[in-house]
Write a protein that binds this ligand. Sequence first.
Ligand code: AMP
Length: 420
Amino acid sequence: MSTFQAPKGTYDLLPPDSATYLAVREAIAAPLRGAGYGYIETPGFENVELFARGVGESTDIVTKEMYAFETKGGDRLALRPEGTASVLRAALEANLHKAGNLPVKLWYSGSYYRYERPQKGRYRHFSQVGAEAIGAEDPALDAELIILADQAYRSLGLRNFRILLNSLGDRECRPVYRAALQDFLRGLDLDEETLRRAEINPLRVLDDKREAVQKQLTGAPLLRDYLCDACKAYHEEVRELIGAAGVAFEDDTKLVRGLDYYTRTTFEFVHDGLGAQSAVGGGGRYDGLSEMIGGPELPSVGWALGVDRTVLALEAEGVELALPATTSVYAVPLGEEARRVLFAKVTELRKVGVSTDFCFGSKGMKAAMKSANRSGARYALLLGERDLAENVVQLKDMESGEQTALGLDEVVAELESRLG
Ligand code: AMP
């Protein structure tokens, strides 16, 4: 029988590389934790209707990429293709917005699923860390999120990323622009599907990656020229606050992104070392989403950063994260009695917070020291028959090679003070 393989478009995270993924998730989460965002976790699947209404019936995500299925009980569910709709659903369901403390600031980390054509940087199962600030209309909140994402990327050592910024207008000015754009698009030589898209969601045509389409779009009306005064002032304030924080950005009047729910501020983080899948993260304001999924009016803003692509960006820039070895002490027993005694010491060391590993199985001394080396441990603890008789244990400094005998009763306190 042949062995199984990971499904198409997916891959496994394995040590040692998986440590980088953990560190990236942690680095993205750290600035959020430090800014008052609380952790939220929602199910990996939701009612399919939530995404259809929340993400948008005309988006690729909903029409082509969703893993939707019917359960044995007849429920129509879908694996989550993104985080925002679920997080807002959960916040509304728990009435977090009624606790009298708006905005509700939440962050999350998890797996997302889209049935896409797999390629480098584009998978059917991927991982995001995201943040949502629900229930406040304040340019400082939009700015805060952009600044925190910038901080996260910088703390990882990334430099070659750019922030693209745009405003999509609101329910007052966007329809006027939408109509003008539609008029323009109807006059172009477009294929049937694109024409259909122009009728349902014309802004998304601006996002078309095909060069032939992009060529025809020269001279298309720009949203910038249609923004109402309120949207203009709001956007100007966001720009100023980000600029004052020393965060560089580029105005991108064609940035619309693939989800229907965005209003006003939209942004994308792109990395120049990633080829076609250059977006490492993105987000924006979604003032209408709550009402779209049956909630009250709750203007909100958020982003999601892709963990997989952030790791690829680190590789592209040649950034090696300084990940300390996870094991500090590696314990090697020689003989049955030594094994019992040393195993007990290992548990004691772990209890006082010294990360310790043990030589399992019956390895010879040479193989055991090889494992000690591989573990990256700073110290090896060696316990033989003679040591036992003398009530000592050998402490070997793996850097200098120096070896000293320590009393069996002192070793835990000694290592705790050296490593603690
Ligand atoms: P989106 O929800 O499409 O704006 O995605 C936000 C971020 O998630 C993107 O910038 C990517 O970093 C990441 N992402 C989205 N789709 C995929 C995918 N299929 N494979 C890997 N990463 C993805």
